[in-house]
Design a protein around this ligand. Structure first.
Ligand code: HPA
Length: 277
């Protein structure tokens, strides 16, 4: 058994001592979306620091717990607060919580994040359904010994983001009268924001949005066969597009401004995910 899998099994046992709740959908709440967790009819909670060796976020605004319960009768596990590669964790550590959600029974995964708009037709406050990604600027979370129990050494990535789940999000957007952007998300290692030259390069490469998370999580989830859907909140235009410098405050302010619309979209989408075959 790989070391990574042995640790995951330990966490599964620790969670199972607290609750036997089986989630259908795992949800990762990105910057600004944290208070979506209050919409969960809670059945159990496990704080990250009660799981030995579980990566704990160092970023303000990312609380650290797994919340089990129902959102409009859909059984979910919500990861309130994620860890990022830039915090100094290995990629394997960064994706460990995703793997745990899979081992606890989640079959589908919804990832959310804050991102910079690389596509100049975007506006801060837009929501973007991720249709594909570019992971070339960060290491693969699958590097190293392959936990064979989870998935194959060389997993296919021809369709990371599930078509039906994506369609459900677009339909939810229509229902709410919100037109969503769609595009390619590129994971940048951070924590510094990009330079204008890097953003021009990313645009040339086909990226529509840039951020510091999500892609590694999506890869780990696909490795173990989960269906994946991801939505970005475009909190700012990427570096060099507008005259002003980038700031974490702008990211937080925009995320906060659109959180009601983001939450409504997630709520509406979850119900449709539940009914997918
Ligand atoms: N770049 C990288 N990550 C981000 C950005 C950005 O412009 N905005 C929010 N997260």
């Amino acid at each position: 058994m790989s070391q990574a899998y042995a640790l995951l099994e330990k966490w599964v046992r620790a969670v199972r001592e607290v609750t036997d709740f089986t989630p259908e959908i795992g949800i990762v709440l990105g910057s600004g979306l944290g208070d979506f967790a209050r919409l969960v009819d809670r059945k159990a909670e496990v704080s990250y620091d009660s799981l030995p060796g579980f990566p704990v976020s160092t970023v303000a605004g990312h609380a650290g717990k797994l919340i089990f319960g129902y959102v409009r009768s859909v059984p979910v596990v919500v990861m309130q607060g994620r860890v990022h590669y830039y915090e100094g964790y290995s990629m394997e550590q960064v994706v460990a919580p995703i793997r745990l959600m899979g081992l606890l029974g989640a079959k589908k995964l919804l990832l959310t994040n804050a991102a910079g708009g690389v596509n100049t037709s975007f506006t801060p406050g837009d929501l973007m359904l991720i249709t594909d990604h570019i992971s070339a600027f960060v290491p693969s979370p699958l590097r190293g010994e392959n936990p064979q129990e989870l998935g194959p050494r060389f997993p296919d990535m021809s369709r990371v983001y599930d078509k039906e789940m994506g369609r459900a999000v677009l339909t939810a957007g229509e229902k709410l009268g919100e037109s969503l952007q769609q595009g390619v998300y590129l994971q940048w290692q951070g924590p510094n924001y990009e330079t204008p030259a890097e953003i021009r390069m990313f645009r040339t490469l086909g990226a529509d949005a840039v951020g510091m998370s999500t892609v590694c999580e999506a890869i780990a989830a696909r490795h173990m066969g989960l269906r994946v859907c991801a939505i970005s909140c475009i909190t700012n235009m990427a570096c060099g597009i507008l005259p002003q410098p980038l700031s974490h405050e702008e990211v937080q302010q925009t995320a906060n401004r659109v959180k009601d619309k983001f939450q409504a979209l997630v709520l509406e989408s979850l119900e449709s995910f539940h009914h997918l075959p």
